[in-house]
Design a protein around this ligand. Structure first.
Ligand SMILES: [Zn+2]
Length: 411
């Protein structure tokens, strides 16, 4: 980009309007389960992007308890397209926001508030960057077909949004850009080039109940069995392969004078590579079958059942993402800005689309403490915030990188 100083000054001048848009968005509660709030935010978003020439489509979620996904499209002069991805929902129920007085609050360089960082700041970043392209790289802006996609329920399990993205991203989509917050290494921003996959699971043990006084030897104790089984699950964690198992909840038994007939544990596991992920899944499933806790009198055996509840497959390190990252790296070098990359443990919509379209993540601004709403007087607990001064440099970088990407010869 030739006129970087000019674009930077323009972005600085647009920042108050961008923050005003962020404030409007943060003031709408869009907790995933707040269907009406999510839809209100979708409509506000469509309205604010409309002056840029975007047509809106609200797509019902596969889960009737969630609000609609949002798709905005602006057809370009060529058949090439770029997808920008964000989400509408946050993790904060309205009651929690009230209880913790968690709302829009600017203090110095920080703005606290639900979704400031995850991910309404990212949505505002999209708005800033597209406006910068329209004003300063109009050929690029007009040439591309822009597809903007917002998941209504990213913070929950929503595989239907992945299918929606795939339908909208054909063979000539140059990239799917996810506007989750950037990482940092000291002051160096980091983009996200890979994310762990995650499966959630449930293990149910069925033993045999018995009167704990009169027929104790007749019982096969499901809690004793589940205690042994969960030790085996926990032992599947292997940090050397970046594989983690978390045994997260446990339930079992009824009253104290019964040998318990049933016990249930639930949890998740995460891994970066498809191979480690698949092996982990196989190891977990192999625990199913007869257990090693028996009733003393007739050898009745506890039965172990293993279910995979949900799966979000890994987004492993891959060539297409690395190639896309190079456009940002080159732009950063040209602008004299530091930039690095990271592989992140948490999921995003990048997990749903990386194998269909080259995907890059972490394009949003910088902030911290996402998914936290509490604040303590001693400052040991601080809620989610976004850093105001991170918007302009990141918007400048994203704009320059998109110009580089759009100027690449077709094919
Ligand atoms: Zn997010």
């Amino acid at each position: 980009m030739q006129n970087a100083d000019l674009v930077k000054a323009w972005l600085e001048a647009q920042l108050p309007a961008a923050l005003e848009l962020l404030r409007e968005m943060v003031e709408i509660n869009s907790f995933t389960a707040n269907r009406a709030g999510v839809e209100r935010l979708a409509r506000l978003t469509a309205e604010r992007f409309a002056p840029l020439g975007f047509d809106a489509e609200l797509v019902p979620s596969a889960n009737p308890g969630f609000g609609p996904h949002l798709v905005l499209t602006r057809p370009g002069k060529t058949g090439r397209s770029i997808a920008l991805i964000s989400h509408l929902d946050t993790v904060f129920p309205p009651e929690e926001e009230q209880r913790n007085n968690f709302r829009w609050q600017r203090e110095g360089d920080r703005i606290y508030g639900p979704g400031t960082h995850d991910i309404k700041g990212g949505t505002v970043m999209m708005w800033l960057v597209l406006r910068a392209l329209q004003a300063h790289a109009p050929e690029c802006f007009e040439a591309m077909t822009w597809k903007l996609l917002w998941n209504s329920s990213e913070e929950r399990f929503s595989p239907d949004f992945g299918e929606l993205c795939r339908r909208h991203c054909g063979g000539r989509t140059l990239g799917a850009l996810v506007f989750e917050a950037e990482g940092r290494d000291g002051r160096t921003p980091r983009l996200v080039v890979a994310r762990k996959g995650r499966a959630t699971w449930r293990v149910t043990v069925r033993g045999r109940g018995a009167h704990a006084g009169g027929k104790h030897p007749h019982g096969a104790n499901a809690i004793v069995q589940v205690g042994r089984t969960l030790q085996r699950i926990a032992a599947l964690t292997d940090y050397s392969r970046q594989l983690t198992f978390n045994v997260a909840t446990i339930q079992g038994g009824t009253v104290l004078n019964r040998v318990p007939h049933e016990a249930v544990v639930e949890g998740e596991f995460r891994a970066f590579t498809p191979e480690v992920y698949e092996n982990a899944k196989a190891d977990l499933l192999a625990l199913a079958g007869p257990g090693d806790v028996h009733s003393p009198d007739d050898g009745f055996c506890c039965q172990i059942e293993v279910e995979i509840l949900t799966e979000s497959r890994p987004w492993p390190r891959n060539e297409a993402t690395d190639r896309l990252y190079q456009y940002w790296k080159r732009a950063a070098d040209e602008l004299g800005l530091p930039l690095g990359w990271e592989e992140r443990g948490g999921l995003s919509d990048g997990n749903l689309i990386w194998d269909a379209v080259p995907t890059l993540d972490g394009l949003g601004p910088w902030g911290d403490n996402d998914h936290c709403s509490e604040r303590s007087p001693d400052g040991s607990k601080v809620p989610e915030y976004v850093e105001v001064s991170s918007f302009v440099p990141k918007a400048l970088l994203n704009t320059a990188a998109l110009v580089n990407l759009a100027e690449e010869p077709a094919g």
